[in-house]
Design a binder for this molecule. Structure first.
Ligand SMILES: Cc1ncc(COP(=O)(O)O)c(C=O)c1O
Length: 426
């Protein structure tokens, strides 16, 4: 009798045939071959998402337009290049819980962070601190540190990092506690939507409330959150957010990034780093010397859109519209829940799960620590790769595994758990 794949994770029952089933879009992706000629078990969509077949078509279509239309492609054809980035706007607004004028596809994540800090970090002698999580992704910390120095301030006193607790997790109340006691010194809060090392997801509305109680703007790094968990940036009152599209969005290596600026900041009369693409669209090509910012997030653009790295994004967003984020999230919870169950039951003596397991506190990724220590962890990680299971390693001792619901399946999760058990006990 064929086994009906039904998983009970918490109260969620997922049947393989339903539209909430993980892996429903697997045949729309190219799965890299494994060492024995089969397919890899690819749990690394939190780092670089797999290639959607539509992305290949989209890039080829733009190359063809370039060849056949040359400069006229800027204004003519089915998707002219001048307003090309706008083709991503509605899809990004849906994924981030934003109004369309609040989002824009542009640049890359760290560049967008610098652009946002230029506008939103306005330190005064009394109030110059930026608060972020300790152990943040290094690029964010580099950006913050350099921005503090740019204002002639000292990062040693102005960069405040909220420490995780013994469980290696950050607790929203620790941020709240800091802000309650030192809020009058804080110029800005930067927080992740999902923390890259631990996979922990945060209550963004709560973080925004805590920052706003002390009149500090809040920015969110959504690198690991967009396309992974459901977001509601507008209603959560986030001031700005930045993200990349090469992870869960599957727009390819070096894909164009994204940014959100809340409507209440439009029109924006503070400082910004300007360029001609952020100029009002109607008069941009009049070549006037004065910069008149476009309305909304588009006003932060600097250069014309990078067509070849935006094409895969637009194509990939179509898959998200088809799949629908609430359904994907259900599939993701079931998939990661299955992984958590397998590890806890089969490998609980050997492996600790660092990621919190309550559904609202994680996305697709589980961060695993081998209890025997760093070298045993590293060895397991390398052996898994040798057997075609692709996750990634984050220093000092974390193996990150992120089954993603567009293309990963329950069967892959089960095979991973079985294999990890064999390898760790070998
Ligand atoms: C959480 C986080 N922030 C920032 C970055 C840097 O992104 P980019 O190279 O696109 O600036 C990354 C890259 O993986 C990331 O994971």
């Amino acid at each position: 009798m064929r086994r009906t794949l039904a998983q009970t994770v918490g109260m969620t029952i997922i049947h393989s045939e339903t539209e909430h089933a993980p892996g429903r879009f697997r045949d729309r992706f190219r799965i890299p071959p494994g060492p024995g000629g089969g397919e890899t078990i690819y749990f690394c969509g939190n780092s670089l998402g797999l290639q959607p077949l539509v992305a290949v078509d989209a890039v080829q279509a733009e190359l063809e337009r370039w060849g056949s239309m040359a400069v006229t492609g800027h204004f003519d054809g089915p998707m002219p290049w001048v307003p090309y980035h706008k083709n991503a706007t509605d899809g990004l607004a849906r994924l981030t819980g934003a109004k369309p004028q609040e989002v824009v596809a542009m640049n890359t994540l760290t560049t967008n962070l610098h652009l946002m800090l230029t506008s939103f970090y306005r330190p005064t002698p009394e109030r110059g601190r930026i608060v972020m999580e300790q152990g943040a992704f290094p690029s964010d910390r580099h950006a913050i540190e350099s921005q503090i120095r740019l204002h002639g301030l000292d990062p040693h006193s102005q960069l405040i990092e909220i420490a995780p607790r013994e469980d290696r997790l950050h607790h929203e109340e620790d941020l709240e506690h800091y802000l309650e006691h030192h809020g009058e010194r804080v110029a800005l809060v930067l927080w992740p939507g999902v923390q890259y090392a631990t996979g922990q997801a945060f209550d963004l509305a709560r973080i925004a409330r805590a920052a706003h109680r002390v009149d500090a703007p809040v920015g969110i790094d959504l690198a690991h959150a967009i396309g992974n968990i459901e977001l509601d940036l507008h209603n959560d009152e986030i001031d700005f957010a930045i993200w990349c599209h090469y992870k869960y969005i599957n727009a390819g290596p070096g894909a164009v990034g994204g940014a959100f600026v809340h409507n209440r900041h439009h029109p924006f009369d503070g400082p910004r780093l300007a360029g001609w693409w952020g100029h009002e669209e109607d008069s941009r090509f009049k070549m006037a010397p004065t910069h008149r910012p476009a309305k909304g997030a588009e006003g932060w653009q600097i250069s014309g859109p990078p067509i070849l790295s935006t094409a895969p994004l637009i194509a990939s967003l179509g898959l998200f519209d088809e799949a629908q984020m609430p359904k994907l999230r259900q599939a993701s919870l079931a998939l990661t829940g299955r992984l958590a169950q397998g590890i806890t039951h089969e490998l609980g003596d050997e492996i600790e799960i660092i990621t919190p397991l309550e559904p609202h506190r994680h996305g697709a990724q589980l961060s695993l620590k081998v209890k025997a220590g760093r070298s045993a962890g590293r060895q397991l990680f390398e052996r898994l790769i040798g057997h075609g299971v692709i996750g990634d390693w984050r220093e000092p001792d974390i193996i990150r595994m992120a089954p993603t619901p567009l293309y990963n399946t329950f069967d892959e999760v089960d095979r991973f758990v079985e294999l990890a058990g064999k390898l760790i006990r070998a």
